[in-house]
Design a binder for this molecule. Structure first.
Ligand SMILES: Cc1cc2nc3c(=O)[nH]c(=O)nc-3n(C[C@H](O)[C@H](O)[C@H](O)COP(=O)(O)OP(=O)(O)OC[C@H]3O[C@@H](n4cnc5c(N)ncnc54)[C@H](O)[C@@H]3O)c2cc1C
Length: 551
């Protein structure tokens, strides 16, 4: 017997219509999803679905690189210690070891796929390794300043050439399908309902194994460096299905994203501050020295917090980053992409300060998954930014995230390959029934709620939190959840509605986690408990859904 736990599908199941059946269903086509698909044995039929174009995801926009121990002066132990320090005591050492130890072979795997990492100038034939914040050694391998693009394009090409990998763009996973949910025994994930956004029909995709690789949730904030697809869908789906989530309060904010009405999600690299860029208020005065003696060179979270403080104190929409005191040729040579991108918006960075705001950048928490990528539900895996593995703790060290995607994709693929023959095929199930819903005549409700949610999450649950602000956010989330549930039950699903439903779910998880952490640690900073408290809080924040079944 198949039962879906979702209120809508419970009342709207009928005979099946569009059915697909695969060995493995991978939801998400970033570094995590595609590398898992490529590592599976080629006799398995694998579906990879992607909400928009295959390459549209955080992976494509990654700039800096991938951390791995490749230099003879570096060591696995050093990578482990650096990651542990950055995570402010909340990382799982065994997980860090797993990731660090598998780093070099995963870089080799990418090289075998044709990824063209930047090399040292001859006569040296090694890779050019950079050193980023938190790393005590040079260990970040990169492809110029567009590493993610290079990785995504190569693995995408490879996936397109594999006859056993079936790629579906413009397919939005709505909810997971569970078999034997009520009986307990043999309860397992058997696929997902998926909205084909080209045809607007919901398709039923059945699979022996389902993998969530849907990336992060930073779109829940008004300002983000992430592309539009980062709406935390996988986290919300897994939570609704009965998976635990952890550490959702730890959202990493990048201090400087371009602030311009037409420029979405464009990062202004930290290297500008590294080269002497000054942060200014609207009146041209500097402020960073009031927050940290290193001024503009303080760590990311301190700079982000200082900017947020000044913006809120002065009621300003942004602050400014000024590098114009440097020679024009220096600026254009060092920052060609930023120079030309800002020029498109009428900002000449050789003369003008750049308007910037901090922006939500990385979701450290997510679906709890173990060393093999397995979640709380049998035959459901979660990998990449959507997962919580214990690697990042309270703060992610730069360039560890792409590595995490690759290492857990490898581990999960090996586990799936070893056990898939013993997994029974999914039974027949009812299809999604749209007979009792109508097209919405009030799309404005969805648009309004999107804006409202993202703005109050920014204002109340952003970089600096307080008990009062969190409580305000919680009340608004409750209202929105009620409204969206009603809307969802009555109207045909659309991309925007599905994303909004997931964003509100994720917002609720972030607020609940933040409210339960009575200290400031890593990326979670609250004025009510401004200090770290090792007596009580040296453990991850775990949220357990009502339908959690520990088996
Ligand atoms: C600007 C920027 C710079 C970064 N720089 C670095 C860096 O230098 N080094 C580093 O290690 N990390 C970096 N990161 C972080 C890193 O890019 C991400 O953590 C990583 O790429 C996540 O990969 P992923 O495969 O988990 O998710 P993504 O690459 O985000 O892929 C998610 C996929 O899931 C799909 N999806 C989502 N929801 C659904 C749904 N409901 N149905 C179907 N499909 C769905 C999306 O369409 C997409 O295909 C950066 C991130 C950003 C935004």
């Amino acid at each position: 017997m198949i039962q879906d736990y979702d209120p809508k599908t419970e009342i709207q199941q009928s005979l099946m219509n569009t059915h697909h059946h695969f060995d493995v269903l991978v939801i998400g086509s970033g570094a995590a999803g595609l590398s898992l698909a490529l590592r599976l044995p080629q006799h398995l039929q694998v579906a990879v679905i992607s909400k928009r174009a295959l390459s549209e995801g955080n992976t494509y926009y990654a700039q800096g690189g991938i951390a791995a121990v490749l230099d003879e002066n570096d060591s696995i132990e050093s990578h482990i210690e650096d990651t542990f320090d950055a995570g402010a005591g909340l990382c799982d050492r065994e997980v860090i070891r797993q990731v660090a130890e598998h780093g070099p072979e995963n870089i080799q795997w990418l090289l075998d796929k044709g990824v063209d990492f930047t090399r040292e100038q001859p006569p040296s034939d090694g890779f050019h390794l950079t050193r980023e914040g938190g790393h005590s050694k040079r260990r970040v391998v990169h492809a110029a300043d567009a590493t993610g693009k290079e990785v995504e394009i190569r693995i995408e090409q490879d996936a397109r050439n594999r006859s056993n990998i079936h790629l579906f763009e413009d397919h939005n996973a709505i909810d997971l399908i569970l078999a034997n949910r009520e009986q307990g025994a043999n309860r397992r994930c058997v696929g997902a309902y998926i909205l084909n956004t080209e045809t607007s029909h919901v398709e039923t995709v059945l699979a022996s194994v389902t993998v969530i690789a849907t990336g992060g949730a930073s779109k829940v904030y008004l300002y983000t460096s992430n592309p539009d697809v980062a709406t935390g869908d996988g986290i919300a789906m897994a939570w609704r299905a009965g998976c635990r989530v952890a550490n959702m309060e730890f959202i990493q904010f990048h201090p400087t994203c371009l602030y311009h009405p037409e420029a979405k999600s464009f990062l202004i690299t930290e290297a500008i501050r590294g080269e002497g860029g000054k942060l200014l208020r609207a009146d041209g005065s500097r402020f960073m020295h009031r927050f940290d003696e290193r001024a503009e060179l303080a760590p990311r979270d301190i700079v982000a917090r200082a900017i947020d403080h000044e913006m809120k104190r002065l009621g300003e929409d942004c602050v400014y980053l000024d590098i114009s005191h440097k020679p024009k040729t220096f600026i254009i040579d060092h920052f060609p992409t930023i120079y030309s991108r800002c020029k498109e918006y009428g900002i000449d960075i050789t003369k003008d300060p750049i308007p910037v705001v901090p922006a939500a950048h990385y979701t450290c928490g997510g679906i709890i998954s173990n060393a093999l990528g397995q979640t709380d539900i049998p035959n459901l895996y979660a990998i990449g930014e959507a997962s919580y593995t214990g690697l990042h703790g309270a703060n992610r060290m730069a360039s560890n995230s792409l590595l995490e995607c690759l290492v857990f994709a490898q581990a999960a693929a090996n586990d799936i390959a070893a056990k898939i023959d013993s997994i029974p095929k999914p039974p027949q199930i009812c299809a999604w029934d749209e007979s009792r819903v109508t097209d919405s005549d009030e799309e404005v409700v969805v648009a309004h709620n999107w804006d409202e949610l993202r703005r109050f999450m920014w204002d109340y649950v952003g970089i600096v939190r307080t008990n009062k602000r969190l409580e305000r956010a919680r009340r608004r989330i409750n209202l929105l959840q009620h409204e969206i549930r009603e809307y969802y039950s009555n109207f045909r699903v659309t991309n925007d509605l599905l994303e909004l439903r997931n964003l509100v779910e994720v917002a609720s998880l972030i607020v609940r986690s933040a409210q339960s952490r009575k200290e400031s640690r890593g990326l979670h900073y609250t004025l009510n408990f401004p200090k770290r408290d090792d007596r009580y809080q040296c453990s991850p924040t775990i949220l357990i859904p009502d339908n959690y079944d520990p088996e």
